[in-house]
Ligand binder design. Structure first.
Ligand code: CU
Length: 196
């Protein structure tokens, strides 16, 4: 028993109060995380991937899913802008044009996509082999493309010009070759059937 000076007394009550408060914060954050994860599972959402819900049953595409081995039975068999017999872009039920793009084998199809400026276009994108990225340079158009899933992005290109769609997720040795030329044409282009 020496002549130790007793340590300065800590205010244990104050410490316990702040500990309890921070414990409460942690519990609330954990609860929010749990609810968030549960909600995303229930609603079937995926980060940066919107299910193609607007086209619940377009040939072979069912609720944003598609058989990557049988794209021949889907609109992906003819990548590009959907046009009618006269070659004019067709407006769908949602009032947008449709374009189908396929990522796979280190390419995007089509290699060149022409879209009219000022008209909403829904880009339907899927992959045949592995996960790819799909980003249109200079825009916020950016999605992860997975085999079996259809990402649907409705966009309106305001200004004519040329941009590139690139793969921004490393997918293998030919990754750097994955580029599609996006050509936005002046809005004077005739658009679609005028029925309705
Ligand atoms: Cu890639």
């Amino acid at each position: 028993m020496g002549a130790d000076t007793p340590p300065a007394r800590l205010d244990h009550h104050a410490l316990e109060r702040s500990e309890t408060a921070w414990l409460g914060v942690a519990v609330v954050m954990t609860a929010l995380l749990f609810v968030g994860v549960l909600a995303s599972v229930v609603s079937g959402t995926y980060p940066s991937l919107k299910a193609d819900a607007g086209h619940a049953h377009v040939g072979g595409i069912v609720r944003g899913r598609v058989d990557p081995k049988n794209l021949a039975a889907t609109p992906f068999a003819k990548p590009g802008l959907v046009v009618d017999a006269a070659g004019q872009p067709m407006v769908n039920d949602q009032g947008t044009l449709d374009a189908y793009l396929v990522a796979g084998n280190f390419t995007f199809q089509p290699a060149v996509l022409r879209v009219p400026a000022g008209v909403p276009v829904t880009l339907h994108v899927t992959a045949t082999d592995v996960a790819h990225g799909f980003q249109v340079t200079g825009t916020t158009i950016n999605a992860e493309i997975l085999p079996g899933h259809v990402a649907a992005l409705t966009v309106t290109f305001r200004h004519p010009g040329e941009q590139h769609a690139i793969c921004n997720e490393y997918c293998g040795v030919g990754h750097h070759n994955m580029i599609t030329r996006f050509i936005v044409e002046p809005p004077t282009q005739p658009t679609s059937k005028e029925t309705k």
